[in-house]
Design a binder for this molecule. Structure first.
Ligand SMILES: *Cc1c(COP(=O)(O)O)cnc(C)c1O
Ligand SMILES: [Zn+2]
Length: 417
């Protein structure tokens, strides 16, 4: 018989990722000694989980409750994020010269991107901290995800975004009732302003002052991949990368499942996929450096990945190298082509970030860095509906016909050619 631990968490402490000093798990995010970022440490030895533990659990991120930093389970904000399909993609695999390929399809999350995972944890945590409002600095998807979860519990929400964010993402966040703070500048400038706001107001900023908790939500993506593969880790995971938070979370998730013996011998190679116009982690990887040089003015169709100064860049770089993976970039044209290839082979409509992952996988398959026999999971993290203005330019051209059979027959003759 399984006993659910309904109150309290297995969180032991927050630990500095630089000097390793530990702190009580409160609303803090930087080390008071060295200003390093903090991460959640669990009392893994006390966690008792078996594969059968999951049989009767909800098909959402909350099924992995022991590994999430929630104290008050009555306060979780649940839009049913997570447990998205792991789609076996044979037609795309064939097109790329691979045998076993899965798309982890996070386009079907409640607000259309994987950001619902960390946002659900962040807004739940914000309620525990009794803040006046929640917020975030976002390239668009996090804004929508935080806004939707805040709406569900009636918490005021402030989303800080670059003014050139896609209209659909802004429309989405605004419809969920968020206050839109559109800033003229790059994401990094938006982030600096949000940091000042976090220090000025009693607000919980998902990816700033409660970031250690926020990032934990994204680990569920790795947990699900392993569970959906029959409790094992794949050979490769391709991760669209901006700040590096998702890639680091996937890495932590694999390690934790391994530690709990839910999977064995985890040898997954992690690949960071970035758009050419904003690829600081790829540049560092290719030049063999340990530090990540910020990109001043990101220029890319993949707006959700346009973070020039990645907060978790060095940690993501380290995770990629330690796992034996690579970091690779794709141009705007390659990204749009990959979106179309994914759409027409598998019926999945991705935003450019997902196109980046597929385009990078195509390169790695061609160069042999991913071999035909490897089992590959490619993360498609956001829906094409969020960025159709960018995709439309590359969409197939079509002809408008008169409403009669003659016109239709003429068209079909042309289309068949
Ligand atoms: C945020 C985001 C990512 C990854 O971002 P990180 O900052 O590296 O965690 C990937 N894809 C989409 C669609 C996103 O919105
Ligand atoms: Zn420190």
């Amino acid at each position: 018989m399984e006993v659910f631990k309904l109150e309290g968490s297995y969180v032991k402490a927050l630990r500095c990722r630089e000097c390793r000093k530990e702190f009580p798990p409160t609303k803090v995010y930087a080390c008071i000694h060295c200003f390093g970022p903090l991460e959640v440490v669990y009392d893994v030895d006390s966690i008792n989980l078996s594969k059968a533990s999951f049989d009767s659990r909800p098909r959402t991120i909350w099924r992995y409750r022991e590994l999430l930093p929630i104290n008050d389970w009555k306060k979780i904000v649940d839009l049913k994020a997570g447990y998205t399909p792991l789609r076996k993609c044979d037609r795309l695999a064939r097109a790329l010269g691979l045998k076993t390929l899965y798309i982890k399809d996070d386009t079907v999350n409640p607000t259309g991107s994987f950001k619902d995972r960390p946002a659900a944890v962040a807004v739940s945590k914000a309620l525990e901290f009794y803040v006046e409002a929640v917020g975030c600095a976002s390239t668009g998807n996090l804004a929508a995800a935080v806004a939707a979860h805040a709406a569900k519990v009636g918490l005021p929400c402030y989303v800080f975004i670059p003014s050139n964010t896609e209209v659909n993402k802004i429309a989405q966040a605004a419809t969920y009732g968020a206050n839109i703070v559109a800033v003229e500048g790059t994401y990094d400038e938006v982030n600096r302003l949000a940091l000042q706001a976090a220090e000025t107001f009693n607000w919980a900023f998902a990816n700033i002052n409660i970031r250690p908790y926020y990032v934990e939500g994204s680990k569920t993506l790795a947990f699900e991949i392993c569970e959906q593969l029959g409790w094992k880790a794949p050979d490769h995971i391709i991760v669209p990368t901006a700040s590096g938070a998702l890639l680091c979370a996937i890495n932590r998730g694999l390690k934790q499942f391994n530690e709990l013996e839910l999977i064995s011998d985890e040898n997954t190679r992690l690949t960071a996929a970035q758009p050419e116009g904003c690829s600081p982690i790829v540049k560092a990887f290719k030049s063999g450096k340990d530090s990540v040089e910020p990109v001043e003015k990101p220029q890319t169709v993949a707006r959700s990945l346009a973070i020039g100064d990645p907060a978790d860049g060095v940690y993501a770089l380290k995770a990629v190298r330690q796992s034996g993976g690579v970091a690779e970039s794709a141009s705007d044209d390659e990204i749009i082509s990959a979106i179309k290839l994914l759409g027409k082979t598998e019926g999945i409509f991705a935003e450019p970030a997902g196109g980046v992952a597929v385009a990078v996988l195509k390169k790695l398959a061609e160069s042999g860095k991913v071999s035909a026999d490897d089992e590959v999971v490619c993360c498609v993290t956001g829906s094409g509906f969020k960025a159709s203005e960018h995709i439309l330019e590359g969409a197939p051209k079509f002809e408008v016909i008169e409403p009669n059979l003659k016109a239709l027959e003429r068209l079909v003759v042309k289309l068949r050619k």
